[in-house]
Design a binder for this molecule. Sequence first.
Ligand code: SF4
Length: 476
Amino acid sequence: MSDYKLPDFIRARKRGASYQAPIIRDALKLNDVQKSLGRDLFYHVITYGCQANVRDGEVISGILEAMQYTHTELLQEADIIILNTCAIRENAEKRVLGEIGFLQNYKRLKPSLVLGVCGCMAQEEVVVQKILKSYPVVDLIFGTHNLFELPQMIEKILVNNQKAVSVYSYQGSIFEDMPSVRSLPHKASVMIMDGCDKFCTYCIVPYTRGQQRSRLAEDVIKEVVQRKQQGYKEVTLLGQNVNAYGKDLENNGDFGYLLRKVAETGIERIRFTTSHPWDFTEEMVSAIADYDNIMPYVHLPLQSGNDEVLRRMGRRYTSRQYRELFDSLKNRIPDVAISTDIIVGFPGETEEQFLDTLAMVEYCKYDNAYSFVFSPRPGTPAAKMEDNESEEVKKQRLYRLNERLDFYSKANNEKWVGKTVKVLVDGPSKNNPEIYSGYSPQQKLVNFKLKAAEVGDIIDVRITEARKNSLNGEQV
Ligand code: SF4
């Protein structure tokens, strides 16, 4: 057990004002053993959570394929299964622990199966201790900072027959040129930054993903150009707080600058997520408005409509400032769609404070929203705040909130009936292979019967029907 590297939240919280993250190019170095360790073996990666995690899952797959592993969809065929986890809510953690319990059965049938856990949960001290104590079937634990160590760790397991546990709690580096297996042929995620320094009081991300570190603009642009040359139609610029992009770099430019430069590559569609209202400048609004290939869709987390709750959440903006930004986006970007995240039942939230959130929903009439009951994350300040409200009251608030959110999702979708929208074709719908689906510029899911088009084409669809979460239409 002595050579385990375990996570540590006190170290994870440290921030250096003058910290400049090292850029590590070609970090993946395989020795001769590692280059063929996966020959004739199969891998399966299960990813939970946000798009940054999905992107990490693509890199993990790329590393495994560099070791000659072959992907399989069948769990019973896999020789290594990696759970790429999310820590944002307690539920997500419970699901992963349940999944490990379930996967024990495969390990019983095939003792050589390597079972790995990585991602944000692996960055949490309590979780790693729990896995080590209660789930001895797990052979491999690594964190968000050291994907590049995966080959060494697998070698340790397969060649030396030892468990491999290596999680770093530090500010982090930037890794360029990592191999990856892209999940889609026409839409690509491009990480522009990792980590976060905002420390919203309920959020675990700054502890699990490290200090904010932006990639150089020239590296991001190079990657977008490559994707365009490879035939990708859409890129999504990813970061925990994209609007803070570049604040940790000198002579690089901010997110508004990056948006313009990416737009000038001429790639057909650009999206970005997630935005923090506090870092969202008027120049960024202008950049979105100025380019047709920056899609008119912004995810703008509100979290609460009450100033006192926002202050205790550490969000740094007031409801008035949020509304001004919202108005600016609506006024300057034609037909912009705006979605949001809302937490109800934050510790100490009163009925009146909750009503302020409802009032904000009535004002913003969001196109879409992700709403949750507050979930305390151990180690964060909000987890220690006094919370006297019952779960029943919180659930009632969520129910009341969701009623209004659903009403506005449907009402916003109804505005599109009779109009023709441009849809980037994703492929057959999950529920009906005869129906295809894709997304409009406003990030509306559109289902339609395909006449003549292929995955990755951008086609015209006339909308005939609006539902709460999607639109139905006919290819024109
Ligand atoms: S800005 Fe987002 S990722 Fe960063 S601490 Fe706040 S909620 Fe978490």
